[in-house]
Design a binder for this molecule. Sequence first.
Ligand code: FES
Length: 101
Amino acid sequence: MKPVKRPYEVRQLVVCTNARDPATGKASCGMNGAEAMLGQLKKTLKERGLKGRVIATKSGCLDVCPDRGCIVGFHPEGEFFHEECTPEAGERLLARLTEGL
Ligand code: FES
């Protein structure tokens, strides 16, 4: 497979949207509102003109499952954040991660 080059650096937010069956008794981001968080992040990126330079996508379990909130990875930095799944938390996270872009 050949690497795909883009004309500019791209950062990626990956939001775990894994939703486990509640019968398992295990927490999962998808059951805590991660889809709404992802939608908010995409909307805000578009509003700020960052769409394409920062992409927000869903992912499966990132293996650090929280009891509350959701996990958001940021690449290429390779950082992971545990956030409440609220529009306000999404705004704060984006402000922090996209400062200077
Ligand atoms: S369910 Fe989200 S990190 Fe595991």
